[in-house]
Design a protein around this ligand. Structure first.
Ligand code: UD1
Ligand code: MG
Length: 457
């Protein structure tokens, strides 16, 4: 049987107190709804719908360009009403898995448990026992322990509020029951909404069975309705990511002080010191060491390299045995070949730095192609921007650039050339020669030190 997935994402998220719709608030740098969409793809559904309504254009803009169909719920009349908007679009007979856009940590394995359970239930729900059940729908059971209904927090009696087992928001409905159940919903309840959760009571009243599968990890189905819950779920997500890294063998100096907002591919014996942030897709090869307070985004760092503290690396490709930092800023388009050394207060951008080359102190290297075994002295600047256009600097193999040199691009320093310290190089410097451009040093014999005048403060 084919599967259709419906993700409910039309609500405003009033409790977030934000101008942006709740489902595009970010968890670990990724919209809540995107987490759900990414996880559910593992089930290979025939269709994925996202029901949008409140500020739909904002949600569509964030989620565009994906294999995902949007269904409009013009008025947010409840979760059941949201699902009803999809009835015409769902392939007839398909089983339907309903997910909530504000329950982002749900794993594909758990979804599969619900979809693939071996029973004849018309409806299957994923339940859980949260630390605090406040706000969640409570699962009501019959005397024989079978599921009878879900009662929403706002509709629950005092006694029902004492029930610890709650509805996670994840539910599957068998294809041949879908229309009948969803079209039977009404809005006679405390919130005047069409509750999705009422399909449970309706199915039971029809004589169908409803099965509940208990999710053992309550964190996985934590719903996000306010900023506090968003922060709490972010902490859970962080813990989950760091746990995976440690399981893969990484040494994490303090698992509570690392943020992973994306995916890390890890080699063996990687070490990560405190307060590092990883964003997007990051690859760390064998024996890579990352010092404290580094931010690394969409970059790969090959084996045996060391990133020293306070370094930022963004969209860069770093070779083997490279040393970068402390206090380095490696910007997009930087490619360091093996054994490169980049020291403190060095900024690079669109720069290819050849094998074994060194930029050890206080330099800006932009729009540059640098060969191997080059030594760049402290305070060297590639002047790549003329105020309108960017130009390239080419530095050949084995070049030595003296300290405090400006290379005014476009310019080429040919291989094995030496540039004298304090030079401003505006024309190409030939291979194997010393090129210097600075005024000759003079000593003024007649000069005397100024003397402090009386009355001056
Ligand atoms: C819902 C459940 C509750 C469950 C909890 C789990 C209902 C009636 N209640 O409550 O039993 O314990 O989730 O987190 O289903 N949405 C729409 N259209 C609407 C209303 C909501 O698309 O008209 C979407 C929201 O964008 C959100 C999701 O449905 O992604 C859940 O809505 P929310 O208002 O957060 O429901 P809860 O009060 O959390
Ligand atoms: Mg919710």
């Amino acid at each position: 049987m084919s599967l259709s997935i419906v993700i409910l994402a039309a609500g405003q998220g009033t409790r977030m107190k934000s101008a942006r719709p709740k489902v595009i608030h970010e968890l670990a740098g990724k919209p809540l709804l995107q987490h759900v969409v990414d996880s559910c793809r593992a089930l290979q559904p025939e269709q994925i719908f996202a029901v949008t309504g409140h500020a739909a254009e904002q949600v569509h803009a964030v989620m565009q360009g994906q294999d995902l169909s949007f269904v409009e719920q013009a008025e947010q009349l409840g979760t059941g009403h949201a699902l009803a908007q999809c009835l015409d679009a769902i392939t007839p007979g398909n089983d339907v898995l309903v997910l909530f856009g504000d329950v982002p940590l749900i794993r594909a394995e758990t979804m599969a448990q619900i979809v693939e359970a071996d029973d004849d239930a018309a409806v299957r729900i994923l339940s859980f026992i949260p630390e605090s059940p406040f706000g969640y729908g409570r699962i009501l059971r019959q005397q024989d322990d079978s599921v009878r209904a879900i009662v929403e927090h706002k509709d629950a009696s005092q006694e029902q509020l004492g029930i610890g087992e709650c509805f996670s928001g994840i539910m599957s409905i068998r294809g041949d029951n879908l229309h009948q159940l969803v079209t039977s919903l009404d809005n006679k309840n405390a919130q005047g909404e069409y509750y999705l959760t009422d399909v449970v009571g309706i199915a039971v009243a029809n004589g169908n069975t409803v099965s509940a599968i208990l999710c053992v990890d309550p964190g996985e189905v934590s719903g996000i309705n306010n900023q506090q819950q968003l922060a709490a779920v972010e902490a859970l997500y962080r813990a989950r990511q760091v746990d995976t890294l440690m399981t893969q063998g990484a040494k994490i100096f303090d698992p509570t002080r690392i943020d992973i907002r994306g995916e890390i591919k890890l080699g063996r014996d990687v070490q990560i010191d405190v307060n590092c942030v990883f964003e997007g897709n990051v690859t760390l090869g064998d024996n890579v060491r990352i010092g404290a307070n580094c931010v690394i985004r969409n970059s790969s760092i090959a084996a045996d390299s060391e990133i020293k503290p306070m370094t930022s690396i963004d969209e860069a490709v770093i070779g083997r045995g490279v040393s970068i930092g402390p206090f380095a800023r490696i910007r997009p388009g930087t490619e360091c070949e093996d054994e490169v050394k980049i020291g403190n207060f060095v900024e690079t951008k669109q720069a290819k730095i050849g094998k074994g080359s060194k930029v050890s102190h206080l330099s800006y290297i932009g729009d540059t192609e640098m060969g191997s075994a080059v030594n760049i002295g402290a305070g060297t600047i590639t002047c790549n921007y003329d105020g309108v256009n960017k130009h390239k600097t080419v530095i050949g193999d084995g070049v030595f650039i003296g300290s405090d040199t400006q290379l005014v691009a476009p310019v080429t320093v040919e291989s094995n050339a030496t540039i004298g310290a304090g030079s401003t190089i505006t024309r190409n410097a030939p291979a194997d020669k010393l090129t210097v451009s600075r005024a000759k040093q003079v000593t003024i014999d007649s000069w005397t030190k100024p003397v402090k005048q009386s009355g001056d403060s």
